[in-house]
Design a protein around this ligand. Structure first.
Ligand code: SAM
Length: 290
């Protein structure tokens, strides 16, 4: 019987006297078909190594171990280590480390634990209290994950996938879409979890963009420009950029020239600009240090 079977999950938690910790976002998936859907969405095969964040009691890890070459799982809650040792005992291709994903050096862990001969994917049912920091950390890790398939709260999934012009399109959408193509794979009801979270969830698939045209020459500047442009959503791009770079006459002159060069209306709001617009804007600003 799969670990994610509701009866088995109950029995495992009871055996170890465990109650789920809300503070760690512990909502265990107890819907075996959805666990399979997640693995299928990630198109796993023996050509893939997988990083999992938050294995819990191992229900998703089991699916990953059955379908991929190697699995490395990072779990912050020490109480779960003996549980995972037992539930995953039959899988020789899984390694669990007691680590906080937000404090670990992902590039080094991956170098140390994977052979470099396989595609590297992330598959996880994320702890929702840190969804955004985890996504940003994955993207900033320097590891070229070929695919990231993660369950998150529906509302964040919608922001990740949002298109220009939408009210929820913002710096998170841009940070993700700059590197990855986003697909909302499946929405998942609260009832699939134990205990049930307050919100519905969605499985999001991110695949690495192949087109290299839209590269910001200075990625730190790109992040500053994007965040600064959305600092006050209701204000114009012009006002946000002035707040970011300073309101001197020299800045105004330089920004006027930059916006003209990239053919972007200063009066527009940031939510109208595509990822490519932000890259062009950043690169033009980078060429005009004033
Ligand atoms: N994978 C399991 C499942 O699908 O049933 C559990 C998912 S549960 C939503 C999130 C898991 O992430 C929990 O096991 C929790 O202890 C773990 N977690 C929370 N914060 C973490 C962190 N900073 N680093 C690593 N794991 C974390």
């Amino acid at each position: 019987m799969p670990i994610g079977d509701p009866g088995r999950t109950h029995a495992i938690l009871a055996k170890y006297g465990l109650t789920s910790k809300k503070s760690l976002g512990q909502n265990f998936l107890t819907a075996p078909t959805i666990l399979q859907d997640i693995a299928q969405t990630a198109n796993l095969s023996s050509a893939d190594d997988v990083l999992e964040i938050g294995p819990g009691i191992g229900s998703l890890t089991e699916q990953l171990a059955q379908n991929a070459h190697q699995v490395l799982a990072l779990e912050i809650d020490q109480r779960l280590l003996p549980v995972l040792k037992e539930t995953l005992a039959t899988y020789t291709n899984v390694k669990v480390l007691n680590q906080d994903v937000l404090k670990s050096d992902l590039a080094t862990l991956i170098r140390q634990n994977f052979d470099g001969q396989h595609a590297i994917k992330v598959v996880a049912n994320l702890p929702y209290y840190i969804t955004t920091p985890i996504l940003l950390r994955l993207l900033e890790s320097g590891v070229a994950f070929s695919q990231i398939v993660v369950m998150m709260q529906r509302e964040v999934a919608d922001r990740v996938a949002a298109a220009p012009g939408s009210k929820i399109y913002g710096s998170l959408s841009i940070a993700i879409q700059y590197q990855m193509a986003v697909k909302l794979a499946l929405t998942v009801p609260k009832t699939a979890f134990m205990p049930q979270p307050k919100v519905d969830s969605a499985i999001v698939s991110l695949t690495r963009r192949q087109n290299k045209i839209n590269i910001a020459a200075d990625e730190q500047l790109f992040t500053r420009v994007v965040k600064g442009s959305f600092a006050q959503r209701r204000k114009s791009l012009w006002n946000n950029l002035l707040a970011l770079f300073g309101k001197t006459a020299a800045t105004k002159e330089a920004l006027t020239a930059v916006l003209k060069q990239v053919d972007i209306d200063p009066g527009v709001r940031a939510e109208r600009l595509s990822v490519t617009d932000f890259v062009r804007l950043t690169n033009a600003i980078g060429d005009n240090p004033n």
